[in-house]
Design a protein around this ligand. Structure first.
Ligand SMILES: Cc1cc2nc3c(=O)[nH]c(=O)nc-3n(C[C@H](O)[C@H](O)[C@H](O)COP(=O)(O)OP(=O)(O)OC[C@H]3O[C@@H](n4cnc5c(N)ncnc54)[C@H](O)[C@@H]3O)c2cc1C
Length: 511
């Protein structure tokens, strides 16, 4: 223990007296647990409002599920890489402008599947034959009809079911929608893309909750990942890859924050106006309040003990929300040997066997492909060694392109088994209760909850995680100031974006 550390329990001896002393100092203290974008945003708000704040992070780096790797000589995001919603309403837009970061547009606001098919991706079968674009378009049309049919199934059934089940119902009712041979494989590829959005297989995705969107948005979602789903709220502006990676945002937000890396919290004692966080090596940290932003997978796995135990309604909410998995295998080659498209896909008899590579050469100018796998397949890849995973992916690539060369460098993510994440982002399971997110984000006295999974309406995204952190910090701030009785006297200081708002356009391009 460090007796000079004002947050160490030894400094105040964890006593009531110490708490009174701190109240007299008038500067409330907050522990933020988790150094992803949500925790960093929370810490930033509190720091700028002159609270004593410090952040405990289990890894030896900040960023969490944002992890930009530079070892290829260009930024490669092994976690989040897209900004979903390139528009002023995106809470990250002011910061992106201020930092002068550029975006590579992969999908426009009004993009429909077919425009993108024709323009920016190529599908191949297992024998390396390119699927005719006409077939891609036609099967896409069929997919659209199938999705439309699932809407009807949803309306007819009060009980929830999986998307996969709903698709079967539609197919049984409309056998003409069934596809054969190569067309069937292309349909499976569309399902594979949809599964990538949710980071889960279609048989675990909730029909009731997977979209509350018009069909056009569904199609965008099926094509390129996520549309800012959820309920009525959809951010406009399409999707852009962060050309410099997401890391500059983390660095900028974390500036001057008191960060303690390699501090894994194992226990949280809360209530009575004080929170004490115990880390792995037994050290205790004490403050007036805490904000928890660890990934949902960590809470589900009970890796943090709470005293008193979390109430039953909170435990149930944690257990009822699922977590998906997605992994990336980034490959750097000597030189480019693939077609100049954004996405290279391989079709197969089932969605599990389909795959795709993002062509980062378009974005960075470096010969880099990133393979993405979701759901069970993502977990299965984590059972392999890095070498074996790369070999598997290379087999797929060689099926598509016989002249593929071996990679000179590679990176493999393991979000599902990494004890700091245990999954990639929140997933609505079949039968999910309606009020789950309210319960997840509800504070418990001086304990506040942030993180992507408690986002108001953008779970599973960077900007959603950011907003959730900001909201948790604002609630925590209000709570503490009310406790201290000086709400009126204190000026709230937030990130100052107004000057930049609307004046400098976000720099976005497409090659
Ligand atoms: C492969 C992948 C692709 C994605 N793609 C996109 C995308 O393109 N666009 C997009 O918007 N979003 C994307 N996301 C989602 C996005 O990355 C997350 O929603 C967001 O980064 C989550 O931020 P967070 O702060 O809530 O959690 P995290 O970033 O996970 O931060 C939580 C932190 O808590 C730490 N922690 C864990 N346990 C403890 C403990 N016991 N004590 C202390 N610290 C602890 C972790 O190390 C971590 O740093 C993707 C995610 C993944 C995994």
């Amino acid at each position: 223990m460090d007796p000079k550390d004002p947050f160490s329990a030894d400094f105040f001896d964890g006593s009531v007296l110490s708490h009174i002393e701190r109240q007299q100092n008038v500067c409330p203290s907050v522990i933020v647990i988790g150094g992803g974008i949500s925790g960093i945003a929370a810490a930033r708000i509190l720091h700028d409002a002159s609270f004593k704040v410090f952040l405990l992070e289990s890894r030896d780096r900040l960023g969490g599920r944002i992890h930009t790797d530079y070892s290829f000589g260009c930024p490669v995001d092994m976690g989040a890489s897209w900004l979903h919603g390139v528009c002023n309403e995106n809470p990250l837009a002011p910061l992106i402008r201020r930092l002068g970061l550029t975006l590579y547009r992969t999908s426009g606001d009004d993009s429909v599947l077919y425009d993108h098919d024709l323009e920016s991706f190529a599908l191949f079968d297992m024998d390396g034959r390119q699927v005719p674009q006409k077939m891609v378009v036609e099967v896409g049309d069929t997919f659209k009809k199938i999705l439309k049919g699932t809407e009807k199934v949803r309306i007819e059934n009060s009980d929830d079911m999986s998307v996969c089940q709903a698709i079967s119902v539609v197919m049984d009712r409309h056998p003409e929608l069934r596809q054969k041979g190569l067309a069937h494989e292309v349909l499976q590829w569309y399902i594979c893309r949809m599964e990538a959005w949710f980071a889960a297989d279609a048989d675990v995705i909730s029909l009731k909750n997977w979209d509350q969107l018009p069909l056009s948005y569904l199609l965008m979602k099926a094509y390129k990942l996520r549309v800012l789903v959820v309920k009525e709220h959809v951010l406009s502006g399409g999707h852009g890859l962060m050309v410099q990676g997401y890391d500059p945002i983390i660095k900028a937000l974390a500036k001057d924050i008191d960060v303690r890396l390699n501090h894994r919290v194992t226990k949280i004692l809360y209530g009575s106006n004080t929170v004490m966080a115990t880390i792995e090596d037994g050290r205790n940290f004490i403050a007036d309040a805490a904000i928890i932003t660890v990934p949902h997978g960590i809470l589900k796995a009970n890796l943090i003990e709470f005293e008193p135990q979390l109430p039953e309604w909170k435990v149930a909410a944690i257990s009822d929300l699922g977590v998906g998995n997605e992994n990336k295998i980034a490959l750097r080659f000597e030189k480019v040997f693939w077609p100049n498209v954004e996405l290279l896909g391989i079709v197969a008899p089932n969605s599990y066997g389909c795959g795709y590579f993002l062509n980062l050469h378009k974005v960075t100018g470096h010969p880099v492909l990133v393979y993405m796998a979701a759901g069970r397949f993502a977990y299965d890849l984590e059972k392999l060694t890095d070498d074996a995973a790369v070999n598997f992916v290379m087999l797929q690539l060689k099926k598509m392109m016989s002249d593929a060369t071996e990679p000179v460098q590679y990176l493999v993510s393991r979000w599902g088994t990494d004890v700091n994440s245990l999954g990639c982002y929140a997933l609505d399971l079949v039968g999910k209760p309606g009020d789950i997110y309210e319960r997840l984000r509800a504070p418990l006295g001086n304990l506040f909850f942030g993180g992507e999974a408690v986002s108001m309406d953008h779970q599973g995204s960077v900007h959603g995680a950011y907003s959730a952190g900001v909201m948790a910090a604002e609630n925590c701030q209000r709570h503490l100031l009310q406790e201290l009785g000086n709400l009126e006297t204190r000026q709230h200081a937030y990130l100052r974006d107004e000057v930049l708002e609307g004046t400098i356009p976000i720099q976005i391009s497409r090659m």
